[in-house]
Design a protein around this ligand. Structure first.
Ligand code: GAL
Length: 474
């Protein structure tokens, strides 16, 4: 055994998302989110036909959650606010007293225990009222998101100093492309059209909220704001020029699509994404490209709207060698031009899309730095699904290998200052229900208090944070 030193500059966190843990879906005056709606109207969309109506019941058990965070020794807790709990109608003219108290209590409990809150404004649970209006394909939602954010900053900005606007908006906008999760909550998906509109508006909404915070709240509240893009490592199947180019194209379609307008110096969509979708649209007989355009003013307004370069990272994919016909029906996949697969030799977790590819961490981080510059980097999610049970050695192995790769990226000169493990405790994994536990703590979903028990990996994380050393094989 040998030990790798963890630099002092790297801080540790763990995370959850409101819909996945809170439960209390209709307690008090809480409004309905798009997830509440889909889970009740189409129960068959969830593989085990469960719901998040109660989930981990963090709405009532939040003090236990904080106790666990203390046990782990993390410096930060990343959680999200359920927009429909704080603003039951979705609109900012009515603020729920119980909703606002809940987040107040959670934040105060964290601070009392020396844990810094890191708050995500939007972790996929859009109020259903907006879904009925077309979700993020409707530009008007941007204004309502800004008003929601204003309420949040006013209520909690005195104590919350780290903000994240969107969690993985690419996934939110693409849902059915991630075929394993077909039946995600959006009712408005028209692939190759609405996904581009949805992300376009999410990017504008992110920038709007950045400027709101920057101009109105940051001068006194002095926090930082960023976003949590989905990332994946696109590995080339061979050394051929074409395969390497396709892997890069995949990165630009899945990652750059959201990050380029925000993180790059030049702003706007990645040139290859622009070109391919413009060309395919023309070939298909569209008079106007299916990929919306930012005006030059918008490009300037959007680029640079981050105080840290955040991203989530779990796994890798390779571009398949098939070639999809660009004249076929519009779709994100046809624009990408090939299907994707994962190599059999990469160890599989319990989640079909989550195969182990630790070296991808170093690669994706260096890729981000090369694309966008050596900014301060926050890793906002990374984790693994195992069977139920407390002896989760394969989770420890996953974290050890990924963190080794992350330390290599730091050695390369990448300025990573925050690492967030997904997740604090087992929770509702969207359309995969409760079949894929990912937590440091196992949750007994049949017990009245949703009893949480630490797994072996909880001890691993605590020791890592305490000793600032990562134990690795020779
Ligand atoms: C992310 C998502 C989380 C969680 C995680 C594990 O994409 O942000 O909410 O579900 O995947 O699958």
């Amino acid at each position: 055994m040998k030990f790798l030193n963890i630099p002092k500059t790297l801080r540790f966190a763990t995370a959850t998302g409101a819909y996945q843990v809170e439960g209390a879906w209709n307690v008090s005056d809480k409004g309905v989110s798009m997830w509440d709606n889909v889970i009740h109207s189409k129960p068959e969309n969830v593989v085990d036909r469960t719901t998040a109506d109660v989930a981990c019941d963090s709405y009532h058990q939040y003090k236990r959650d904080v106790e666990m965070l203390v046990e782990l020794g993390v410096e930060y807790y990343r959680f999200s606010i359920a927009w429909s709990r704080l603003l039951p109608t979705g609109f900012s003219n009515i603020i729920s007293e119980d909703g606002s108290n809940y987040y107040n209590n959670l934040i105060n409990e964290l601070i009392k225990n020396n844990i810094k809150p890191m708050v995500t404004l939007h972790h996929w649970d859009l109020p259903y009222v907006f879904e009925k209006m077309g979700g993020w394909t409707n530009e008007a939602v941007i204004d309502y998101f800004e008003e929601y954010a204003r309420v949040v900053f006013e209520l909690y900005g005195d104590r919350v100093k780290e903000w994240i606007t969107f969690n993985e908006p690419q996934v939110l906008c693409l849902f059915d492309v991630f075929a394993v999760d077909s039946g995600f909550a959006s009712e408005t998906l028209v692939s190759g059209v609405s996904d581009y509109l949805c992300l376009h508006h999410s990017i504008k909404a992110h920038a709007r909220v950045y400027h709101l915070y920057n101009n109105t709240f940051k001068p006194t509240q002095k926090g930082k704001l960023g976003t949590a893009p989905y990332t994946v490592w696109g590995e080339s199947v061979s050394d051929s020029e074409e395969d390497i180019a396709n892997a890069e194209k995949l990165m630009q379609f899945f990652v750059g699509w959201y990050t380029h307008p925000i993180y790059s110096d030049e702003g706007d969509y990645p040139p290859i994404v622009r070109k391919v979708i413009d060309e395919n649209s023309a070939r298909q007989g569209f008079k106007v490209s299916r990929l919306p355009r930012f005006t030059p003013e918008e490009v300037k307004y959007i680029r640079g709207t981050f105080d840290f370069m955040g991203f989530n990272f779990y796994t890798a994919v390779v571009p398949n060698t098939d070639r999809l016909d660009p004249k076929k029906a519009p779709s994100f996949e046809n624009d990408l031009g090939f299907s994707m697969l994962q190599k059999d030799e990469w160890e599989l977790s319990l989640i079909t899309w989550l195969r182990v590819y630790p070296q991808g961490f170093r690669k994706i981080t260096n890729w981000m730095v090369k694309q966008y510059g050596n900014h301060e980097i926050y890793i906002l999610e990374n984790g693994f699904a195992t069977k139920r049970g407390l002896n989760d050695d394969n989770r420890i192995k996953y974290y050890t290998e990924y963190l080794t790769s992350l330390l290599e990226a730091i050695d390369d000169g990448c300025n990573i200052t925050l690492y967030t493990a997904w997740t604090l405790m087992d929770n509702f994994e969207w359309t995969l229900g409760y079949l894929n536990p990912m937590g440091f703590y196992e949750v007994d979903f049949d017990s009245p208090n949703k009893t949480r028990v630490p797994r072996k990996s909880a001890k691993f994380y605590r020791q890592l944070i305490e000793t600032r050393k990562l134990k690795v094989a020779d």
